[in-house]
Design a protein around this ligand. Sequence first.
Ligand SMILES: NC(=O)c1ccc[n+]([C@@H]2O[C@H](COP(=O)([O-])OP(=O)(O)OC[C@H]3O[C@@H](n4cnc5c(N)ncnc54)[C@H](O)[C@@H]3O)[C@@H](O)[C@H]2O)c1
Length: 391
Amino acid sequence: MNDKHHIRAGIVGSGFSAAFHVEALNRVYEAHVEITGVYSPNAENRKAFAAERGLYACTSLDELISLCDVVHVCTPPATHEEIAVAALAMGRHCIIEKPFTGYFGDGAKSFDGRTFDRASALKEAMESVERILEAERESSASIAYAENWVFAPAIQKERELLEKTGAQVLWMHGEESHSGSHAEYYGKWSHSGGGSIMGKGVHPLTAALYLKKVEGRAREGKAIRPVAVSARTHAVTTSDWYRDEGHLRTSYTDIEDFGAVHVEFSDGSFADIFASELALGGVHNWLEVCANNHRTLCSINPNTAMQTYNPKDENFKDIYVVEKIGTKQGWSCISPDEDWFTGYQHEMNFVYRSFTRAEPLESDSQLAADTIAVVYGAYLSASQEGKVVRL
Ligand SMILES: NC(=O)c1ccc[n+]([C@@H]2O[C@H](COP(=O)([O-])OP(=O)(O)OC[C@H]3O[C@@H](n4cnc5c(N)ncnc54)[C@H](O)[C@@H]3O)[C@@H](O)[C@H]2O)c1
């Protein structure tokens, strides 16, 4: 490998996403990535995370930033802005996990995600976005938005179809749903900045926005962007009418557990995105593209790469089958390499190729900004029973 492609990565966070970032970095072949440090506020956690992976545990965020060229922001969404702005100010590239940033309440203990004014949330979320974009404009470095769906092989193959056939995408529909998030902070608006739309819907949403960007770029040299949104949300598992049989997580406090978002693009086309915590049977991640010259179903998870019949649950007790599956008995769609189908390693490969060769990023801060505008536009619309919100 050419030495000019040597680059140093630092990981902020030592939880779930930090772990898969490190794994994905170990599979990058487009650059020689050296992980020079990891930092998270809890000393015990960061030391354990670092020791397990043979990494250096930094004692402060500043130390981590000083030691690397690229800062991986693998922390709760409310902390993304502060970390990214600090890294960009020091001329470090950032890879920012989804969701980019958002509105996390007014800081009051009594803040309730069910009752605040959605119009000011949209305004404040976009002000946070703008502060990050401003830090990027003033920096020599760039932001990569870590939306892995953009890099999932099925979405990247669809990119090729759009580019090579000059297709016009008329309608997309997609979903991310499962039986409830594992993360402790998830479920409280002040921690996650929203519910199913913010936590899950952003994945198929960004993939849809990305494909319209690709279409516009291929035919006109510029992205086709979202211009309006309408949405409905529901909180099912915390409602009086829900009959709990113990299969779904029910401990959400002030967020929606279902969202349906209708996005309109500047060329008149549209997309419908569903997100929920109500789906049994494993994670349900898909995006369907209805174009004027083809139709594609991107089945990210589950897919039929491998199907196995297991007569007894116990047989598979030590076997990982697929994300969020409730039972391993009977037929299941085992994912033989889930991270591969989900796009994690492809994401890092693309991003580090862009950083080391100064090439444009496929998933950039504009895509991240548009995602947040649609999400908080959707929350405003839902608070007005689905009224169209112009972006
Ligand atoms: N792309 C995906 O598929 C995917 C999957 C899971 C999570 N995520 C995203 O990754 C981010 C982190 O989620 P997670 O599941 O890894 O959470 P986590 O709770 O497992 O880990 C969060 C880590 O951030 C650290 N942290 C908290 N505040 C910090 C601060 N101010 N400075 C530095 N470190 C801080 C914590 O100590 C912890 O180590 C979120 O934005 C989440 O939406 C993405």
